[in-house]
Design a protein around this ligand. Structure first.
Ligand SMILES: Cc1cc2nc3c(=O)[nH]c(=O)nc-3n(C[C@H](O)[C@H](O)[C@H](O)COP(=O)(O)OP(=O)(O)OC[C@H]3O[C@@H](n4cnc5c(N)ncnc54)[C@H](O)[C@@H]3O)c2cc1C
Length: 382
């Protein structure tokens, strides 16, 4: 068995693990990344919505300029089906060039992969971590191929999918499944996103290239049926569900589904292990918060490591400081997302009216607009 010691080991070369490795290097700390997938694995087809705050992080790492295939969101139209109340947010409300950016997951991971290679950061592909053993001086990773590696700090950024994932401290099953695909509408998107709340769950249209990325949240028992509708029936059903603000729906790509839930595991782990990104919190995509919180996890952790004395790297005091520092942002994002899903996914009359009033207030009260826009862009501490 090979028992090498590096300063920081990162489990997972997804966007959060890769950003953490790059940010650590900017702080002068070399990390080694272990990724379960082989180097030539086919990239995931999911779509990411990045906030302006995430753009700033990628800018500082020199990655933003390398991204092509990015569509800015300059306006967001928010409404609820079958009730009054519409709110519109614009980039000017928050004094930013765009409220967010839409891109394929594959675009971001490919750019990050190039950045890791350019920065000479060691990434081992096809290295699946099977077990993590905490310790007082170092944590040890057991790999599927029988090797083990240890470091004073292990950062788990495995998207919560690793074998070694602990049970979440808080979980909520929304009984909702997202049906995702790309759709073309009669009217061009003009960089406007739509968020439409319905009793079955929210539906979002995000401008992506010359099309929209659709996230249609449906009840679990309906989702597969919706996803498997023939194209013409799917487009007609989508029109009935979403309304005609963008004219007719003309084309849809093949549909995929994924279950939606809230799982908060938290970062705190004794014994020189810290969890970040989806490994620490998995959120409903309604407010596009999950990924952006994950990038802030990676950035803040790297900053803290850079400030720590070398011998304090991965110490209990450092990890506790990290958990304390992230609490407001993470729990704020978890609470905000959970609130939106639960308050908007029903047809209870008093709540419907209250929601309408809330949207009206958001529409007519500029300071509230600025607050919500900044909250979505920069998180609870924005
Ligand atoms: C279908 C879908 C759509 C989404 N849409 C949005 C959206 O529009 N906006 C948004 O903000 N968020 C969205 N999300 C959430 C977003 O994808 C996640 O927040 C983001 O991918 C988290 O990044 P991550 O690096 O933490 O995890 P991941 O992207 O999951 O990356 C984890 C990495 O760890 C590797 N890994 C896993 N296990 C091991 C192991 N045992 N050993 C070594 N490596 C391992 C994986 O191969 C992977 O490369 C979506 C999620 C899904 C599933």
């Amino acid at each position: 068995m090979d028992e090498r010691v590096s300063r920081v080991l990162i489990v997972g070369a997804g966007p959060v693990g890769a950003v953490c490795a790059l940010a650590l290097q900017q702080q002068g700390i070399a990390a080694r990344v272990l990724e379960a997938q082989p180097e030539d694995a086919r990239a995931d087809t999911r779509t990411l919505a990045l906030s302006h705050g995430s753009r700033l992080i990628l800018d500082r790492l020199g990655v933003w300029a390398q991204l092509d295939d990015v569509t800015p969101i300059t306006r967001i139209h928010i409404s609820q089906r079958g009730a009054l109340g519409v709110a519109r947010l614009a980039a000017e409300d928050a004094d930013v060039p765009a409220l967010g950016y839409v891109m394929p997951y594959a675009t971001l991971t490919a750019a990050l992969k190039r950045a890791l290679a350019d920065a000479d950061i060691a990434v081992e592909y096809g290295a699946a971590v099977e077990h993590i053993e905490s310790g007082t001086e170092a944590a040890t990773l057991q790999l599927a191929d029988g090797r083990s590696v240890a470091a004073p700090l292990v950062v788990v950024a495995d998207g919560g999918r690793g074998e070694a994932a602990p049970k979440p401290r808080f979980e909520r099953d929304y009984d909702q499944v997202a049906v995702v695909c790309e759709v073309q509408t009669e009217l061009p998107h003009a960089n406007q996103a739509f968020e439409r709340f319905t009793p079955e769950g929210p539906a979002a249209l995000l401008p992506k290239g010359d099309r929209y990325a659709l996230v249609w949240t449906a009840r679990r028992e309906d989702a597969e049926r919706i996803a498997q509708l023939a194209d013409s029936e799917f487009l007609a059903a989508l029109y009935r569900h979403f309304g005609g603000r963008q004219g007719r729906f003309l084309h849809a790509s093949p549909r995929k589904t994924f279950p939606l839930k809230l799982a908060w595991t938290g970062s705190e782990a004794a014994g020189r292990v810290v969890r970040i990104g989806n490994a620490a919190q998995m959120l409903h995509p309604v407010a596009g918060q999950g990924f952006n919180i994950g990038l802030r996890d990676a950035w803040e952790l790297a900053s803290l490591c850079g400030d720590a004395a070398p011998e304090a790297l991965g110490s209990a005091a450092m990890l506790a400081a990290y958990a304390r520092g992230r609490r407001v942002d993470v729990l704020g994002g978890v609470g905000f997302t959970d609130f939106l899903v639960r308050v908007f996914s029903n047809d209870i009359a008093p709540l419907r009216h209250a929601r309408g009033l809330g949207l009206l207030a958001l529409e007519v009260f500029p300071p509230l607009k600025a607050f919500v826009a900044r909250r979505m862009i920069f998180g609870a501490r924005g």
